[in-house]
Design a protein around this ligand. Structure first.
Ligand code: SF4
Length: 259
């Protein structure tokens, strides 16, 4: 039996209760994927759901994420967090930064990052946050929003964005728009009246707003609903292309309640 740790984590309550003998749900997921734990070790995991996950690259995906995380943490140790905080719209308190990130407030030092609400913070999220600091963007945002295809060398990323974010959001919008509207309150967000059939602006990070535009489908014409994600024209000052796509992927997962 072989499953991705990141897929397993989605099936766990992320309370980090420790009843499985691991310090966190993520640690349990890694141990389970590596065959060091059994599904029964977590009383909250429904083993029936595991077979539907199918085969996976096992622990390699998360191992790689942890390796990258250690690299970005090393770079972060050279940063003066108190000095860069104002440029990035963050607050510095005693020894850590407070980072509004998606639906959470994250406490971050060069050694660790944790959500204040105690929920697990995926290593990929942590990499994104450290990258935001390392980039240390200083130019103001433009206020002009453009598609990812506007940025250089973005062809392959545009396809990823479409598959893992825009298509999923479009399907959710077609199936249950009220669900999306309701869960919008999780985020620092506002609706943009009069734009597309529905449009919202959501702040992933203090200098990283995304705009999501929705258009209703026309079933009688065989047309499905559409969604399009736009970034501030200066977004690459604050994060690299891959991180921009990850922002949209994570927003989608959190918005749809799929992580
Ligand atoms: S995996 Fe299950 S038992 Fe382990 S910490 Fe998470 S909820 Fe608790």
């Amino acid at each position: 039996m072989s499953f991705s740790p990141l897929e397993i984590v989605k099936l766990l309550p992320k309370t980090n209760c420790g009843q499985c003998g691991e310090v966190s749900c993520l640690a349990f997921a890694v141990a389970l994927a590596a065959g060091k734990k059994r599904p029964e070790d977590c009383p909250y995991l429904d083993p029936e759901k595991l077979p539907s996950l199918g085969p996976s690259p096992a622990a390699s995906e998360i191992d790689q994420a942890y390796r990258i995380l250690e690299e970005v943490k090393k770079k972060a140790r050279a940063l003066n967090l108190a000095e860069l905080a104002p440029d990035l719209g963050l607050t510095f308190e005693k020894d850590h930064l407070l980072i509004p990130y998606l639906d959470a407030l994250v406490e971050l030092t060069p050694e660790k990052a944790r959500r204040q609400d105690g929920q697990e913070l995926d290593p990929r999220d942590q990499i994104l946050l450290y990258n935001y600091l390392i980039f240390h963007g200083r130019e103001p945002l433009s206020g002009e929003f453009v598609g990812l295809e506007t940025f250089p060398n973005s062809i392959s990323k545009v396809a990823t964005l479409r598959r893992y974010a825009e298509e999923k959001l479009a399907q959710a919008f077609e199936k249950d728009p009220a669900f999306l509207r309701k869960r919008l309150s999780l985020f620092r967000a506002r609706e943009l009246p009069g734009e597309a059939d529905w449009a919202v602006e959501i702040w992933i990070l203090p200098r990283m707003p995304l705009r999501v535009y929705f258009w209703e489908g026309e079933p009688e014409e065989g047309l499905s609903s559409e969604a399009k994600i736009l970034y501030d024209r200066k977004a690459l000052v604050y994060l690299d292309l891959e991180s921009l796509v990850f922002c949209a992927e994570r927003l989608t997962e959190r918005w749809l309640g799929q992580d």
